[in-house]
Design a protein around this ligand. Structure first.
Ligand code: ACM
Ligand code: ZN
Length: 555
């Protein structure tokens, strides 16, 4: 009897866990989940393994690969030597027994695509370009113990990687996250930390909202008052008491050098920075600095309250366009991105209706209102078109919020659908490229719990956007094949009226960013909320703890 119990116990101990080898929910906690995963048996030990990196791989990618080798060496105390020979691919083909990590260039792959093939003896990684290699490294790190994300040395940790074959590439090419640094200002270090967590989850566009009624945050050398005056406000409303003011002068801005530093920092992480100058509304920061740019000539004040101001730029004045062209000229020097965001949202037309200059411009251009749009709405289209033409002449393209569809919109503009999905549906039907950022699924300034619990959360702008709702978003729903081709990708927005600290900013970002990353990266058939939340708790939460991010643990 005793022998029987012993035998049974032993058999149970030796037997593989039921389904474990095949069950991705148990084995692989990578977020966003890769497009193809085949799990094998056994593990590869990364600690002490040699890194072989083909010379055909560009130097920038090689440096990233070497930095993983150095980091494993640091945290494991076992040296991962790095070699970068010529003709590694050919020698692999002759002798397939090369051990350790092998990084190869596969020019047939897309720029963000990669594959990883792990056996007990080797880990072969292939990609064609920088982002593909970066994503392979992020995936490898998520396959190891999360302590790989820290700097603590643990000699017992071998950083095992399960034997697995992964073939991966993103569903969408534009995978964005936005940050409003106008309503509240976040330091260079805080912005970098924001970029760090975006990179872990393979996002590749940082939409930086830099100017608004409550502050202008960009140094423009030709217009110094933008930052002397426009970057500071005389206090901030308290909570939701609209007529209050805390009396504390508030502000800040980024120098051109600091913005270039952020652009370079992001680029090293495979992220393009897209700056937004919101125009012609949301412009009190500029108007307070240069009142002659407005319809009435002021006086104007950098706003101390939230909301939408009626005071906007005056398109009747030629000097306003000169200002925009000068300002964008300096901006293009700082931001090399193909796309620049020109805002376009929430521009009240009250002042334009009364302004003699605006009305003269309408007359001069022969603009007529019709049953769809007022003459003043068409005047905004004129502003958009002029800025677009100027930027196009300098090799750039515009993105604007979905209001830019009201009136006429010139070919080549990209529309960011924020008032739900209808702007994206309309724009893609008209042949414009679209980035989906519907407030219904992608506004991370909304509460992240269900309505009944809102009172227990820190004060937010309103709305309810729990993790699961973010995860459930399907950006191509309701679009025909032609429209679908115009959806470049998905972005979430983080407006900061009620977010005054970096701690609270991270709390609103995380963990919803992880759900967003699967909406952006995964095919619908690879999404699985149960698998995702398990991976989030097991992997992402530990990464956040190690890297010192604040996040919402309840979901
Ligand atoms: C927006 O949320 N006003 C684009
Ligand atoms: Zn005017």
């Amino acid at each position: 009897m005793n022998r029987l119990i012993c035998t049974l116990t032993l058999a149970m101990m030796l037997a593989p866990l039921p389904l474990a080898a095949k069950d991705k929910t148990v084995e692989i906690n990578v977020i966003p989940y890769p497009q193809s995963v085949e799990i094998g048996k056994g593990q590869f030990k990364a600690a002490g393994a040699t890194f072989n990196c083909d010379q055909a791989i560009d130097q920038k990618s090689q440096r990233q690969i070497k930095s993983l080798a150095d980091h494993i060496t640091l945290v494991s105390g076992r040296t991962c030597s790095f070699a970068s020979p010529f003709g590694l691919k050919a020698s692999m083909e002759r002798n397939s027994r090369i051990k350790g990590f092998v990084f190869l260039k596969d020019a047939s792959m897309g720029p963000e695509e990669y594959s990883i093939e792990v056996t007990k003896k080797s880990c072969i990684v292939k990609a064609s370009a920088y982002n593909g290699f970066l994503y392979s490294l992020e995936t490898l790190k998520q396959l190891m113990d999360p302590s790989i994300f820290g700097n603590d040395i643990d000699g017992s940790q071998r950083f095992r990687i399960p034997c697995v074959t992964i073939k991966d590439k993103p569903r969408f090419s534009y995978r964005g996250m936005h940050l409003d640094c106008a309503r509240h200002f976040f330091s260079v270090e805080e912005v970098k930390k924001y970029l760090d967590v975006m990179a872990i989850f393979k996002l590749n566009r940082f939409h930086w909202h830099l100017t608004d009624d409550q502050g202008w945050r960009v140094e423009i050398k030709k217009y110094p008052r933008l930052t002397e005056t426009g970057a500071f406000r005389n206090g901030t409303m308290v909570g939701k008491q609209w007529d209050s003011n805390d009396g504390v002068r508030y502000g800040g801005y980024y120098t051109q050098e600091q913005m270039k530093e952020i652009v370079a920092y992001a680029a090293a992480k495979g992220i393009t920075v897209i700056p937004e100058i919101d125009l012609p509304g949301h412009m009190l920061g500029a108007l307070a600095s240069y009142p002659e740019l407005g319809c009435t000539g002021g006086p104007y004040e950098v706003w101390t309250r939230w909301g939408v101001s009626d005071q906007v730029l005056c398109p009747g004045k030629e000097a306003m366009f000169t200002f925009l062209e000068d300002m964008f000229t300096e901006l293009m020097d700082i931001f090399p991105s193909e796309y620049l965001h020109i805002g376009g949202d929430e521009c009240p037309k009250k002042e334009w209706e009364k302004c003699p200059d605006c009305q003269a411009r309408i007359k001069e251009l022969g603009i007529k209102g019709d049953d769809k749009h007022s003459a003043e709405q068409y005047l905004q289209s004129y502003v958009t078109a002029r800025v677009q033409k100027f930027l196009n002449e300098h090799g750039r393209k515009i993105i604007g919020w979905d209001e830019i569809l009201e009136g006429d919109l010139a070919e080549g503009a990209t529309v960011m659908s924020w008032r739900g999905v209808k702007g994206g549906i309309e724009a893609s039907a008209k042949g414009f490229d679209v980035i989906m950022t519907p407030n219904t699924y992608c506004y991370f300034d909304y509460y992240q719990c269900e309505e009944p619990s809102i009172a227990k959360e820190p004060l937010a702008i309103g709305g309810s956007l729990p993790l699961e709702k973010v995860y459930s978003y399907e950006p191509l729903e309701g679009l025909d094949a032609n429209q679908q081709k115009h959806i470049l990708g998905v972005q979430a927005n983080l407006w900061t009226e009620y977010i005054a600290t970096n701690d609270y900013l991270e709390y609103m970002l995380l963990p919803r960013l992880t759900a967003l990353s699967e909406v952006q990266w995964c095919k619908p058939s690879d999404k699985d909320y149960v698998r995702f939340t398990k991976a989030m708790e097991a992997e992402a939460f530990r990464i956040f703890d190690i890297l010192g991010y604040n996040y919402r643990k309840n979901f």
